[in-house]
Design a protein around this ligand. Structure first.
Ligand SMILES: Cc1cc2nc3c(=O)[nH]c(=O)nc-3n(C[C@H](O)[C@H](O)[C@H](O)COP(=O)(O)O)c2cc1C
Length: 195
């Protein structure tokens, strides 16, 4: 862990990596970081997700599934872009108070937190999706049960200083913020004040 860097700076410097170099966290490190990521908010602690580590030759199996799903042999190379892919699987549960969208939100919280923790530990990540997540060959290779849904892969590896990505565009938080009862601005297309 980079103890010399504060949390605010870590959050501000995380980027989705364009290119990832070989070497990745081992299973013990992944487990430790996932344990920390599980502090993300989770209504009723349903833990409605699972993660599948895909390393070495298993990346080829996933690539074959993507190629079969897309009919494009070039897709077979996609998982080879990182030494470790962490498949994110949503496992929705029936619950009287926690609808599926909240369970999706909890899963996203874990993935987002894990990405930040990986960055804090000196690794780089990129959450990648694509149009074939729900195709039968991909479902089969991930051994998805009925009702489960793949949310993508956290590509993980060593950061590349020559990544070629420029700085992130400056965010404009004010364009997404209003104070109820105090201003009349249009925020993200909606009135900031509900009357
Ligand atoms: C649900 C989700 C799906 C994403 N899918 C992809 C993807 O398929 N390919 C990709 O290169 N990046 C993907 N990204 C990463 C975004 O492109 C990335 O966060 C965005 O470019 C901003 O870059 P930054 O995270 O460095 O600020 C995805 C991010 C999320 C949250």
């Amino acid at each position: 862990m980079r103890d010399d860097v504060g949390l605010l700076e870590l959050v501000g410097t995380r980027r989705s990596a364009g290119r990832l170099l070989d070497t990745a966290p081992d299973d013990a490190e992944v487990e430790r970081l996932v344990g920390l990521a599980m502090t993300a908010p989770d209504h009723a602690y349903l833990r409605p997700w699972r993660l599948v580590l895909i390393r070495d030759g298993a990346r080829g199996d996933l690539g074959d599934a993507l190629a079969q799903a897309s009919g494009n042999p070039a897709q077979a190379l996609k998982p080879l872009r990182a030494p470790l892919l962490i498949a994110i699987v949503l496992c929705p549960q029936q619950h009287p108070k926690v609808p599926e969208w909240e369970q999706l939100a909890a899963a996203v919280g874990v993935v987002t937190t894990l990405g930040l923790l990986m960055h804090a530990a000196g690794w780089a990540t990129n959450w990648r999706t694509g149009p074939h997540l729900d195709a039968r060959p991909v479902r089969e290779v991930l051994r998805l049960a009925d009702g489960e849904r793949a949310l993508g892969f956290l590509y993980t590896g060593r950061p590349d200083a020559e990544d070629g990505r420029g700085p992130r565009p400056q965010p404009d938080p004010a364009a997404h913020l209003s104070t109820l009862g105090r201003d009349d601005r249009i925020v993200n297309g909606s009135p900031g004040v509900v009357r």
